[in-house]
Design a protein around this ligand. Structure first.
Ligand SMILES: NC(=O)c1ccc[n+]([C@@H]2O[C@H](COP(=O)([O-])OP(=O)(O)OC[C@H]3O[C@@H](n4cnc5c(N)ncnc54)[C@H](OP(=O)(O)O)[C@@H]3O)[C@@H](O)[C@H]2O)c1
Length: 316
């Protein structure tokens, strides 16, 4: 089968032919029709993903998000049938290099995989798992309740586009910090305020809008603990500062602000909730770019340099 893979960390991802995986007991094999790009994909190719340990077996097939049809069932109990339309996110256990930028993937039937509901195109389903579950789980775990303010730094990308929608649907006042003229798009997604950081520095813009500080910060971009700490200083006493980049523990945060190092724990239930919202049209799936498998290496390069406006979907 075709796959985009690396033979060593920091090698350039390339199109290769590898054997089709056979489903083991309790697994389903999925004929992938769409995969979606996440920063963890190029981070994994570099050997340092934000969201967990790097795989240890090469070649490493890039990608975690997928949508397609079940084409084979492993032995034993299974909640899926051949032909089911499914989507999900593969776990990246240390020992395997399995990914989703490829024609087939085998996944445990009890992992983060679920049936695509009627009315949701596979293409849209593929764009939900990592970014959608991250946004939903950030809201679940970060004690941001209604009528509060949430500052999202990096709000124009995959996670930010879902988080803005899900938070504003809960009456949370989203302050979307972006780079570029994204006011119209972020307002449509539910942002109460959009701050273009190419216009003026974040600190001054936030202080002007929220003189007493924001209730919560979700920083999707800072990799420098000092930058994260400076952003956390915009949070009111008793509030929270969450990062998806694994740097909260190293940051000198204000004593009265709770730091959270977020790490996604994917579940099929979260997938079901997101898929239902997308099928009903209450959750918009922000697909920015669609391209064929062989263009995936260039798309990974592009994402690494920034500029994401929603999701990139790869067609198998
Ligand atoms: N820990 C976990 O479990 C977990 C889970 C999911 C995601 N993550 C991490 O969270 C991060 C975001 O994920 P994503 O899927 O949303 O990525 P994405 O789709 O690539 O979006 C990132 C966004 O950040 C913007 N950005 C970059 N630098 C910025 C800056 N200084 N100020 C404002 N905006 C900036 C980018 O646009 P511009 O370049 O145009 O500004 C882009 O819109 C990634 O690093 C990912 O690895 C971690």
């Amino acid at each position: 089968m075709r796959a985009i893979a690396v033979g060593a960390f920091r090698a350039d991802p390339a199109l290769v032919e590898i054997p089709k995986p056979e489903p083991e007991a309790g697994e389903v094999r999925v004929r992938i029709e769409y995969a979606a790009l996440n920063p963890t994909d190029w981070q994994t190719a570099q050997g340092a993903p934000d969201d967990g340990p790097a795989p240890r077996v090469f070649p490493v097939v890039i990608g975690v998000d997928f949508a397609g049809r079940v084409d084979m069932i492993g032995s034993g109990e299974n909640r899926f049938r051949v032909g089911d339309q499914v989507f999900g996110r593969v776990a990246r256990p240390n020992a395997t290099g399995c990914g989703t930028y490829c024609d087939y993937v085998s996944v445990p039937q009890d992992s983060a995989i679920t049936v695509v509901p009627p009315g949701l195109p596979l293409r849209a389903a593929a764009a939900l798992p990592s970014a959608g579950m991250t946004a939903a789980q950030i809201l679940e775990t970060s004690v941001v309740r209604g009528h509060e303010s949430l500052l999202v730094i990096g709000a124009a990308g995959g996670v930010g586009s879902y988080l803005t929608q899900l938070a504003s649907a809960r009456d949370i006042r989203v302050i979307a910090a972006v780079r570029g003229p994204e006011h119209g798009r972020m307002t449509e997604l539910g942002a109460a305020v959009t701050l273009d950081l190419t216009d003026r520095p974040l600190e001054a813009a936030v202080r002007e809008r929220c003189p007493d500080g924001v209730d919560a910060l979700v920083d999707l971009v800072s990799t420098d603990p000092d930058a994260f700490a400076a952003h956390a200083a915009l949070v009111r006493p008793g509030g929270i500062a969450l990062t998806t980049r694994g740097i909260a523990a190293e940051a000198a945060l204000p004593a009265d602000v709770t730091g959270i190092d977020f790490r996604l724990e994917p579940t099929p239930v979260l997938l079901d909730v997101l898929a239902a919202g997308a099928a009903e049209g209450v959750l918009r799936v922000p697909i920015d770019i669609e391209l064929p498998l062989e263009k995936a290496p260039q798309a990974l390069d592009r994402n690494r340099t920034g500029g994401a406006r929603g999701k990139t979907v790869i067609v198998l």
